[in-house]
Design a protein around this ligand. Sequence first.
Ligand code: 0A1
Ligand code: ZN
Length: 878
Amino acid sequence: MSAPQPIHLHDYQPPAYRVTHTELKFDLSPSATHVSARLHLERHPERQQEAPPLVLNGEHLTLLRIAIDGQELEAGEYAVDDETLTVHAVPQRFLLDTEVEIDPAANTALEGLYLSNGMFCTQCEAEGFRRITYYPDRPDVMATFSTTVIGDKASVPVLLSNGNPVERGELPGDRHFVTWEDPHPKPCYLFALVAGDLRKVEDRFTTMSGRDVTLQIWVEQENLDKTDHAMASLKRAMTWDEETYGREYDLDLFMIVAVNDFNMGAMENKGLNIFNSAAVLTHPLTATDAAFQRVEGIVAHEYFHNWSGNRVTCRDWFQLSLKEGFTVFRDQSFTADTNSAPVKRIEDVSFFRTAQFAEDAGPTAHPVRPDQYIEISNFYTLTIYEKGAEVVRMLRNLLGWETFRKGTDLYFARFDGQAVTIEDFVDCMREVSGLDLSRFMHWYSQAGTPEIDANGHYDYAKGEYHLTLRQRTPATPGQHEKLPLHIPIRLGLVGTKSGEDLALTLDGQALGKDAVIHLCEEEQHFVFTGLSEAPVPSLLRGFSAPVKLRFPYAREDLAFLLQHDSDGFNRWDAGQRLAILALDDLIAAHRNGVEKVMDVRVVEAFRTLLTTASDDKAVLAEMLTLPSEAYIAEQQPVVDVDAIHAARTFVKQSLAVALRDEFMAVYHDHRAEAPYAPEPDQIAERSLKNVALSYLMSIEDEEAVALTQQQFEAGHNMTDVRTALTLLVHSSRDDLADPALKVFGEKWAHDPLVMDQWFSIQVTRPQPDVLERLKFLMQHPAFSLKNPNKVRALIGTFASQNRVNFHRADGEGYKLLADVVIELNELNPEIAARIITPLTRWQRFDEERQALMKSELERIRAEELSPNVYEVVEKALA
Ligand code: 0A1
Ligand code: ZN
């Protein structure tokens, strides 16, 4: 087998032929669906003279018929291979008719047309449409679509596609059809079809210009009671996009469908969003607060794509972050506006600094706009999505909201109906602001996390604060030289006497008390004048740029900021920094076999937090949460999973012992049991209460054990039940955990999304028997390697969240993951290439573990690999 070859951004060429209109007819049958396509094609205006051959993409298709302008083609007039259909000579403008047969029932990759629980559905982004019919499968070919779906009345009573239904009728043999028309030109990656035995929940929305839109959520019958929250979220998102970005919905119908087998969270197909059921279904008894919030965010994300992605799309897949980074920024802002803004930022940043920083430091590091790839589906990454969102956020920070909004208005107006590039977007921002953004563009082309070393001192005599910032981006694979970036640093100077933000004057200019300074050079010096007291600097407020910022804070400074910083995010971050310093000492103590001693400054800081009335309970819950093992690991030069686990457990238990009564009081004070609502105030109460309980359970306090059991048995809502069950399963009390797991597993055996949680709870437990338990659970009737949610719940959760056990010294954790990757490589390459990530991070560990991890990667490499897994493994071993 020849090695798959990368494709390069600099090789981009416009398509030789455009499709202006696409007519599709699907005759559905599980193992032999027939797809007839009539493409209205014309040669690209710039290539009139050449008469190039017509080359269409197509994979896993059996060609049954091909005709041009009604004339069947002879054998020598075209050629078919595994990936393409070539017609050697075609006119300037013509109709191409093809008919192919495909096998949805055999499609376990879940790309193209496949079956999920007996329901036909599609996933076409990025390159799935080529598994449906022969087509120029690239985002810069945009056509209007007319789609007829034919199927059995009994097994597929509901037949959906993009746009509006224009005709329906009966056919012989107990079959029926519906024809859909989508008037908005779109690339084929936004095509969708769903056919099955589905029920709908319906609502309406009137847009700002008075258009009446029907909203539908389609689900299997047993899930009809789980759609309220998604529907309410959708309406909130529609209103928000009108008010915030002036964007209005543009069809008469907007549909969401829930499917059980789905590779990702959801997909923004025009007018017919398809969702992983985990990203849309909620019920107080089956979904946690976190799940409710995730659903709201994903519903909004997919809806927002209607403008940032669908109306204005990407020229090529290198520009993926153009739609994804911008849309993530939009959904993050929506959630911040509708819930608690500081908590949203804390959650996003703590995830980002753990997972995206790790990606940026690993063998698959790539820029926000990659310049080459082998398999595009490997590039739906944290860098493209989350770092891409941070880059858009920086533009907002640099321009200010109002100018930024002028930029987005210009972008949508200028490029509506087009497939464009990241330069097109940034050019709009440059035009409306007059800012020179040339250095800013490096954010799109350079991989790796910039590191900023900050130093400062106060000159008492002059009343000046001198701040020096030095930036450096470490080398990443294939990119050794890095250029300085344009970095917005939001900051304040907090007076040590007053505890207040001081007025900032820089180069004679008054900047207020909270300002954004621009770091553009490798090193820059800033002098703040006119200060009346010594300050502690509060730097990178709100995480104003996706960088690692080091500043030699004393622990007292951090305790001070934790109390006084006016920026909620930086108050939280001061606490994290303080905890990390204490954890570093304890990790060293553990490694050296020295007795561990708890830093009293951390205890006192927590005491203050627990006993001072706080108006933002959600932020307080975040502040009481210790940095995760994964985040602590990110700070270590060589990751010692056991020392990290021991140190973190020690801190948690020490705090629980020292502040037992305070935690207990917090628990009791936040047990209000109003009927469940996924509202910010209630969510904050529950998270505060449950954080307190988790401290108390870390020392298996007798009263806490009883309260946990009560909380489990009371069964008020999944947030409380899941927390209680997790705390029992993660404790040493198997006498309580085993019966609770049994009760829960039997009660919810019929609900796949709850069973996912049942699996995850068990494989995150710290006890050493967990790997054996995992193997046992893989035989459970509710588990299937063919279902991505199950794979993520059991194997993904184990490998990414159970660090001590995945990294077991005997290498059995690695071996298990490699076995799964090898099996999935055939079934579902996309999921295989994702689930392998923890193994690719081998450079971060000690030599013994490195050797074990590498040998598993080599074992995988010896298989006949899909391009997806091949690309990741080659990079990991390079
Ligand atoms: N565009 C979707 C994500 C998505 C990407 C690929 C998929 O299948 C390979 C599915 C969904 C989003 O950003 O939500
Ligand atoms: Zn998206």
